[in-house]
Design a protein around this ligand. Structure first.
Ligand code: SF4
Length: 337
């Protein structure tokens, strides 16, 4: 058995954007704290896609908002090439916004319906006074073309476009200031299945062309296999498994990752593995017990799991898992049970 390193492994390259010990809690009933994030460490490098996956309410959207400074953490740091934007001044935060942008889930609600497309895409350039009016118009025209929209789309309102076209407007707007980091929060889940692949492929092409660091947030682990370099699986405000996408998806180590993958429909019955049932709901985030947060749903829970919280620990090349069994070297991979 390999010796188990004491800490989570770093990203392959120096991260452009990094979360360290990120905690975000909100006031809850009876004066209790409701933890949306409970100690998250991860990073993403230029030209890399980090997928963040998990069920609704696991904290992945809160993480996305904290990563680009739309919200401040209760504790921890968000480092953009060393600058802690979680504790920076308003001026520093505004400057960092030109380097990081967000793509939202539903372009129908994230785009002001009263504005025409040209004005929506131009607005970040106007806000930061980038270029002359003519240069801004040319920049907008180039962006619309690059995301696959025609010049005449610029004169339309969002409701005159299809869902896929609206999301392309959202992408063009996010790219207007030539950011280095894009956080895409469920960018295709509101779209028809038929156009999801086109939008995902567009994001991948833009990442490669512009050298973007891309954080791709999704509830669907089946979607991220061919677009992400690494994947972070979140449960109850924590990362429970992180590693190279191929490693995590081919041989999931954490029982929760395994259960998420088992829930992905597969056409070929030979690809179906022995399933781990995922039953029940996550515990109330304002009433967290000691021990593993997954213990009430985990078919492999032991008494130790009820008493002691598993920390995220490296188990093999580039992968870290928060599970007592994985950390002890017991094989949890598919089919080994
Ligand atoms: Fe299951 Fe225990 Fe691992 Fe938690 S620590 S995932 S309860 S086996």
């Amino acid at each position: 058995m390999k010796p188990v390193p004491e800490s989570a492994p770093p990203a392959a390259a120096a991260p452009l954007l990094e979360a360290r010990g990120l905690v975000r809690h909100y006031p809850g009933p009876g004066g209790r704290k409701v933890y949306a994030l409970n100690g998250v460490d991860l990073g993403v490098s230029a030209r890399e896609t980090l997928a963040v996956v998990g069920e609704s309410g696991c904290g992945k959207s809160t993480l996305g908002r904290l990563l680009i400074g739309l919200d401040r953490p209760t504790a921890g740091q968000v480092l953009l090439q060393g600058l802690d934007i979680a504790h920076s001044s308003a001026a520093e935060l505004r400057a960092s916004r030109t380097r990081m942008q967000m793509i939202f889930q539903d372009p129908a609600t994230s785009l002001d319906p009263r504005w025409k497309v040209e004005a929506l895409v131009r607005e970040p350039l106007d806000n930061f006074r980038r270029g002359s009016p003519q240069e801004r118009r040319e920049r907008v025209a180039g962006l619309l073309q690059r995301v696959g929209l025609r010049p005449d789309h610029g004169a339309r309102h969002p409701h005159e476009l299809s869902g896929g076209q609206r999301q392309r407007v959202g992408i063009a707007r996010a790219l207007a200031l030539a950011p280095e980091v894009i956080v895409a929060d469920e960018p295709v889940s509101a779209l028809d299945v038929s156009v999801r692949a086109q939008v995902v492929n567009l994001l991948c092409d833009l990442r490669d062309e512009m050298g973007l660091a891309l954080v791709f947030i999704s509830h669907d682990i089946g979607l991220v296999g061919h677009i992400s370099d690494r994947v972070a699986v979140m449960y109850l405000g924590r990362v429970v498994e992180i590693g190279a996408t191929a490693t995590v998806l081919d041989a999931p180590s954490h029982p929760y990752t395994q259960a998420l993958l088992d829930a992905v429909p597969r056409a070929d019955p030979r690809e179906r593995r022995k399933r781990l049932p995922l039953e029940g709901d996550p515990p109330n985030p304002s009433q967290l017990a000691p021990g593993c947060g997954f213990v009430g749903r985990c078919p492999r829970a032991t008494e130790r799991c009820r008493q002691e919280r598993p920390e995220l620990r490296a188990i093999d090349d580039g992968r870290a898992v928060a599970c007592h069994l994985a950390a002890s070297g017991i094989e949890l991979a598919a089919g080994a049970a």
